[in-house]
Design a binder for this molecule. Sequence first.
Ligand code: 5GP
Ligand code: MN
Length: 320
Amino acid sequence: MKEIWEKVEAAHQIGICGHVRPDGDCVGTCMALYLYVKKNYPQKAVNVHLEYMPERFAYLFDGTGYQEGFENMPECDLFFSLDTGDLERLGAAAKIVEKADTCICIDHHISNTGFADINVVDPDSSSASQVLFELLDEKKIDKSIATALYLGIVQDSGCFQYDSTSRRTMEIAGILMEKGVNTSNIVDRTMKQKTYVQNQMLGRVLLESLLLLDGQVIASRITQGMMEFYGATKEDLEGIVEQLRVTQGTEVAIFLHEVGVLEYKVSMRSKEYVDVSKIASHFGGGGHVRAAGCTMSGTYHDILNTLLEWIDLQIKDRSK
Ligand code: 5GP
Ligand code: MN
C-alpha cells in the first residue's frame, strides 16, 4: 500500500479520526497512526481527534497531544477515517471529510460502505489496529505506537478470544510485545478493572435480565433514570453486553441503553450461528457477525419483540 504513504508525503495537513462512542480499537488505531506519522514524518502537520478519550485508556496516551471533540477540528487535505464503517459514524467529523482532497479508510467492519477514496477494509481482521499494522513499516514502530496497536487488538479480539483472532493476530501481538508493550497491565487496566458504578450497573442489568426464545436470547436494558440514579456515564456501560453474552445456553445477548425519549442504543452479541450484523444493518446500524449495534425507536418491549422476530427467523432458517 505504497499509495497511502505517497499521500502522506504529499499532504500538508493530515487529520485522523475514528467513530463516535470510541472503543479501544478506535482509540488504539487512531493513536497508533498519529504517533507513527508524528515520529516518521516530523515535518508534517498532523492532528488526531477523538469524540472523547475514554477514561480507562487515557493513561496510555498522556502528553501525546490528542484532541477531544470534532467541532474544533481544522480542515485538512488528507483525512484518515479509522475503524469506521460509514460516514454517519464519524459524527461531526463527516463534514471535514467533505472538504478534504483525499479520504483514506482503514477498517475491518463487514458492513463498511466503501465511502472513502482509498478503502483498506479487511473484515477477517481482528481489529482495525491489525489492518493498520499491516500497512506500517515494522522497523519504524516504537514502544508507544506498539502500545496503541496492542490496545486495539486486545480490545477488539476480546483478548484473543473471538473467531476473528488468527495466527497472524498472535504473531503481531508477539512482535508488539517485543517492542516493550506492558501487555498484562493493558489487559488488567483497560479490560478487567471496573469502577464501582460500573459494577453496580452490571449487577442491576443482570438482575433485571430476561431469558427469551426458550433461553436462546438474553436481554436487558438501562434507562436514563437508572443512569441518573447511579451517577453513571456511557463509559460505565462498557462490558455489560459481554457479561450477558457469557450466560450459559444463550446464543444472542441484547443490551439496550435508553438515550432519548423512546430511543435506545442497541448492542448485540452472538456466539455461533446468529449474524447480528445483518440485523443491526437492517435497522440502520452495523458491525460484525458476532458483535453489532444500531439505534432504534420504541419502548423496550417493542424493540425487543422486533429484534426477537429477526433472531427467530435466523434460528428457524438454520434448522431447515
Ligand atoms: P457495541 O455494541 O460495542 O456498541 O458495538 C459493536 C459493534 O457494532 C462495533 O464494531 C461497532 O462499531 C458496531 N456498531 C455499534 N453501533 C453501531 C451503529 O449505530 N452503526 C454502525 N454502523 N455500527 C455500529
Ligand atoms: Mn474495531
